[in-house]
Every structure is written in structure tokens, then in C-alpha cells.
Design a protein around this ligand. Structure first.
Ligand SMILES: Cc1cc2nc3c(=O)[nH]c(=O)nc-3n(C[C@H](O)[C@H](O)[C@H](O)COP(=O)(O)O)c2cc1C
Length: 194
């Protein structure tokens, strides 16, 4: 299958941190997965205490995932993701905080998620930004435009009703499915229109 085989997931401190865990568990096993979580992500995860992932500590929840991942620290700027020579094929930032969005849009690379985004952009690889905020101010919209113009996928977790979701899980499967679609990864998480 023609989808990225070396992929990183950056987890930021925006609402819906658990969506990153759902996304990671939906990835096929032939993908090598690297995971980096910010300190903000741990804070939000602890606060939201989402029922499906009962572990309230994010690092523990990542360790407990039903698939193999390589965990990297967000201050490890000397790690593999910092270099274009590592040939990471895609970086998915789920959720993307507006703080991280601003950093990436301005080329600031003072943590591993931001540095990895900068590398992916310079190497013209896949960058998926699942920005979570509502409402959006003009600075946020401008930053999204900047990055969309550079080829990033700006794909917030926005619900659709044409899939007839029966519950929150159905709705979240739609978000995860749309993100997989952007990476050309096959899935059966929702029934396409038509
Ligand atoms: C409970 C909680 C929820 C938050 N939700 C959001 C959010 O949905 N979107 C956002 O942009 N920031 C949100 N924030 C603020 C970010 O966590 C904060 O700006 C942080 O500096 C982001 O840094 P990071 O991207 O390195 O995690 C939230 C903070 C907390 C404590």
C-alpha cells in the first residue's frame, strides 16, 4: 500500500488529546510510529479524563497502547526527528494547539514537535495539523492559511452528520478516518458518502 511507513505523532495541549491515542491505534502495523507529547498535552489529558483511555497519566496511556510505538521526549532536540536525513514521511499533530500552530507557522523549533514540523516542511513531506480551538481569531486563521499554502493539511476535528453518528465514538471515528484518508491509509471507520 502506498502510504507513509515512517510516521510521527505529535500530541499537544489542546482539548481532545485522547484522539491521538485513537489515531495511533488505528494505524496499520507496517507503519513505524514515533510519538512525542508536550507537557501541555499531559496537563489537558489529566484534566479531561476521557473514559475510553482510563489511565489518567498520558505517558502511561501511551505505554499501554495496543500497538508498538517509539516514545520520544519533546525536549530531545537531538533525536532522530530533528534531522531531515532520518526521512520521516509524515508528521501528524493531534490535536494541534494554537500555540504550536503559531510556532510552526513562524518557523520556531524550540521543541521536538515544532522542530519535526519545520523539518517535514523543508523536506516537502506530509504535515497534518488537527487544530482544536473555537472560535478562531484572525491570528489563528492567518497561521492556518500560511501553513495550508505551504502544503500542510489543516484538518480540525470538525463533526459531520452525513455519517449518521449514533454516539461520540462514531463521531470520533469520523475524525480519525478523515485523517487516515489524508495519509492514504485504508480504513472502515465510517461509511463514505455516495
Ligand atoms: C484543560 C486545557 C484545555 C486546553 N484546550 C486548548 C485547546 O483546545 N486549544 C488550544 O489551542 N489550547 C488549549 N489549551 C491551552 C494550551 O494547552 C497552551 O496554550 C499550551 O501552552 C500549548 O502548548 P503545547 O502545544 O506545547 O502543548 C488548553 C489548556 C488546558 C489546561
Amino acid at each position: 500500500m502506498n502510504y507513509p511507513k515512517k510516521l510521527a505523532v505529535g500530541i499537544c495541549g489542546a482539548s481532545g488529546v485522547h484522539l491521538a491515542l485513537k489515531f495511533i491505534e488505528a494505524l496499520p502495523n507496517d507503519i513505524e510510529v514515533f510519538v512525542v507529547a508536550s507537557k501541555g498535552a499531559s496537563k489537558v489529558y489529566e484534566r479531561e479524563k476521557y473514559q475510553l483511555f482510563r489511565e489518567s497519566d498520558l505517558q502511561q496511556a501511551i505505554l499501554g497502547l495496543k500497538r508498538k510505538v517509539v516514545i520520544l521526549q519533546n525536549d530531545a532536540l537531538d533525536s532522530c526527528l530533528s534531522s531531515g536525513s532520518f526521512k520521516l514521511e509524515a508528521l501528524c499533530v493531534i490535536p494541534t494547539s494554537t500555540d504550536m500552530l503559531a510556532k510552526i507557522a513562524q518557523g520556531i523549533s524550540d521543541n521536538l514537535i515544532a522542530r519535526s514540523a519545520s523539518v517535514v516542511l523543508k523536506e516537502k513531506r506530509v504535515l497534518l495539523l488537527c487544530v482544536r480551538e473555537m472560535p478562531l481569531n484572525a491570528i489563528m486563521l492567518q497561521n492556518m492559511l500560511t501553513l495550508a499554502t505551504l502544503g500542510a493539511h489543516v484538518a480540525p476535528p470538525i463533526p459531520a452528520y452525513y455519517t449518521n453518528p449514533q454516539n461520540l465514538d462514531d463521531m470520533e471515528n469520523f475524525f480519525v478516518g478523515k485523517w487516515l484518508d489524508l495519509l492514504r491509509i485504508p480504513h472502515k471507520l465510517f461509511k463514505p458518502w455516495g
